[in-house]
Write a protein that binds this ligand. Structure first.
Ligand code: ASP
Length: 342
């Protein structure tokens, strides 16, 4: 590790920095300076660490696009002065934030690594120290004075993942995340095992661009046998609704009921963007593989391919926020922007 490597640690909240309210017994966020006192080990790292914190740290269930914009702004205004960025974040919505940040940063040439923990940093059995220390070590990796990692990642329980490929899968285990359709980029054991051929590359020739607008007139809708026409139509007719991430069955299949196809066709004709992702934890949408998805393809449903729901919904909000031209929207959505789909 380069001794002059400078890392900016951004604290947004989450369990990692929480403590028990003695009267109610509930976990709540506390002052960031106390977090640093709790980890004297950080001083042993061979890099300079500076810290920034949300004025009011939050549980990540309260995250929304304005917070993503704040995090991106903190990184943008410190981009030249630091070699890497570690964002401490609650695990509940960490995959959404990682996905959103990945779309916001165009030409990213430095690491942005999100991490957190399942147990507070002060807990005897905490997972916070390993997550935080290794995330900082990975963010510090340099080769020929260039960052080794040049993308938005998520580090948890010995694995570094591409952030927009992750999903939270466990509310109790330390192993809380997985990346169902893309392998881990780094595995931490006795040595850090870097799978460099999986990394996004960037020679830093182009300047960082930060896109900071999202359109939240969107919804995620999970198909289930028995979904009624009136409920489905009511959702499609929400005023100002611009896009839907439809979680379908298997390889992108849905009911072929006439009312369903008619309602979707009408919504698309009215300019709404319908994105098909699978509700299976692993695998890809392949419209046309079954008769039950061929019709979706014909009427112009967008394929989310093997994107996670988190990546699909943030990409939808992002592309709508960029005012992507309606006639290009499907093509742009079906193109991998930051390695979020295969
Ligand atoms: N509820 C917490 C949060 O997401 C859980 C965690 O930090 O892991 O902020």
């Amino acid at each position: 590790m380069n001794s002059r490597t400078k890392i900016l640690l951004i604290y947004t909240g989450g369990t990692i920095g929480m403590q028990k309210d003695l009267s109610s017994g509930a976990l709540k966020a506390f002052n960031f300076s106390k977090l640093l006192q709790k980890i004297p080990e950080l001083k042993q790292l061979d890099c300079e660490i500076e810290t920034l914190s949300f004025e009011t740290p939050i549980d990540s269930s309260d995250m929304n696009p304005s917070h993503w914009i704040s995090i991106a702004g903190m990184i943008q205004s410190n981009y030249a002065a630091f070699d890497g960025f570690v964002v401490l974040h609650g695990s509940d919505t960490m995959s959404y934030t990682a996905s959103a940040l990945s779309f916001m940063f165009e030409n990213l040439a430095k690491p942005v690594i999100l991490t957190g923990s399942q147990l507070p940093i002060g807990d005897l059995r905490t997972d916070a120290k390993e997550n935080l220390i290794t995330a900082i070590q990975i963010a510090s990796l340099q080769q020929n004075n260039n960052a080794v990692i040049t993308e938005v990642c998520l580090y948890f329980e010995y694995k570094l993942y591409r952030g927009n490929r992750t999903t939270k899968i466990n509310s109790e285990n330390f192993n809380a995340f997985c990346s169902p359709n893309y392998p881990a980029l780094v595995e931490s054991g006795v040595h850090l095992n870097l799978k460099s051929d999986l990394f996004l590359t960037n020679d830093g020739a182009k300047d960082l661009i930060v896109h900071d607008s999202f359109d939240t007139n969107v919804v995620i809708l999970k198909m289930f046998p028995g979904m009624s026409e009136s409920v489905f139509s009511a959702i499609l007719n929400i005023p100002n609704l611009k896009g839907i991430v439809l979680e379908t069955y298997g390889a992108g299949n849905a009911t072929t009921d006439e009312w369903f196809i008619k309602a979707l066709t009408q919504a698309i004709a009215n300019g709404k963007h319908i994105v098909n992702v699978t509700q299976c934890p692993t695998g890809t949408v392949n419209m046309g593989q079954y008769e039950t998805s061929s019709i979706l393809k014909q009427i112009g449903v967008i394929s989310g391919k093997d994107s996670t729901t988190e990546a699909a919904i943030t990409k939808l909000m992002f592309l709508l926020g960029q005012n992507t031209a309606p006639n290009h929207f499907k093509t742009v959505f079906e193109t991998s922007l930051r390695g979020e789909m295969t």
